[in-house]
Design a protein around this ligand. Sequence first.
Ligand code: GCB
Length: 531
Amino acid sequence: MRVPRGWDGERIILRFGSATPHAVVFVDDTEVGRNKGGYMPFEFDVTDLVSAGGTFRLTVAVDNRLDNTCIPPGEVRELPDGRRQQNYLHDFYNYSGLHRSVLLCSRPARHVTVTTGYEGTTGQVTWAVAQSEEGPVRIAVVDKQTGEVVARAGGGSGTVEIEDVTLWTPGVGGLYDLVVTLLDETDGPVDTFTQHFGVRTVRIDGYRFLINEQPFYFIGFGMHEDHETIGKAHSNAHMVQDTELLSWIGANSLRTSHYPYSEEFMDCCDRHGIVVIDETPAVGLNWMMAGGILDSGGGETYEEGHVDDRTQATHADEIRRLVARDKNRPSVVLWSIANEPDSTSPGAIDYFRPLVELTRECDPTRPVGFVNVMFAPYDKCLISDMFDVIMLNRYYGWYVDSGDLQTSEQKFSAELAGWMEKYRLPIIITEYGADTVAGLHSIYDQPFTEDYQVAYLEMNSKVFDECEAVVGEQMWNFADFQTKYGFARVDGNKKGAFTRDRRPKAAARYLRERWTSMEAARYGRRDHRAR
Ligand code: GCB
């Protein structure tokens, strides 16, 4: 790598969008640092090791082994013949490598936190700059649509008002830039950086999830960063294709199942008004799931060597880093701190309570949730009362009562009534789905056919429409994706509305018909034809 000649006297930073799951970074022969955790950015100051105008060799060693100190956790087993085998309890392939941008940049260490609100047509923007070298600060707020400066102020923190504010609106977007200029003692500019933000509010009121005080109904998918050939790597072309398909099908939201997605993708959601449930990589924290499918090897979840204090410490770190990365994003309206953990074992209470408190401390402005697994219904789950919303993954008609949609409908409705009665909180159905082989048809309700997937979705839709507390449906999954090998997966998970190469199954047509005409989803609809 060559360091630009003009960077003499500047701080020089190496920044990684992510390295999955662990990395050791070298500049020439010197180790500059290590990072643990696959889906978060990290950076190292290499000023003392490189020189402006010179070159250096950058080496990154990426390690794909997962153990119980990792989030997500895993286990490397030693087989009798000496081979080592990686096991893990999550249902997506453990792609490893440098999946996101690697940048060499020159800048002081600085960061800004932006929070917003509004009163009538006046927006309030509160900012707080953190910088390594103290000095005066000037800020300007720029309307990204018009390029006009709508407010100016001085100081490392404060609040300014925007007259006739454009709210960040689901389905539309609406961004401003906070332009922060760091100054020296003579008021000369040292550095300028820009942070985009949106003015919007989020609040829960009874069964309703309010964005800008309007009831919002989540429509869309749990997704994966997953493509043939590039695995979990970010690509702008795929990002545009996926977000255009979301728009085509009438989706207004998604969950970043089961880890934080690339910053490029999140920026795109901010720009286009796609509402995001932002999830940590805490998936597979469950030893109570059927050993057959997930091969847990038995034992309790919350015990030494499985999910223990070390796992919890890493989990806490993942929460801190996720909030630090995404707190300024208007698209993010809800944190999901785990997917389908064991929430029926008593150990779950002591494990989760500090994590929920930590999330609220890191971000007092957004609701906090976790995604509940089917084996932990309302009368068995021990942790749902710590959270602001109920998020449920339910597979009636697939993993239970497979092929019997009538029984499924009754059981699902009864369960939802139980949640509604007990918790009196909004319910988002974060997963429901059926594996489907594109092109397979039957005149009967036969699992794995496209016809069954549609019938299954119709049944689910009916259940949601009849439950007042349901404020969202995110089908599993947007597209077929790769998983670890196992007898329950034929070339990966096939629950996609789209195939892995993004061709629509019959289900996609069904969902488009439903979602583009739903009255409940009027607020936040993205009009595909208008764009
Ligand atoms: C789930 C998990 C998801 C799986 C899905 C399935 O509940 O959250 O990661 O892929 O079920 O298809 O079994």
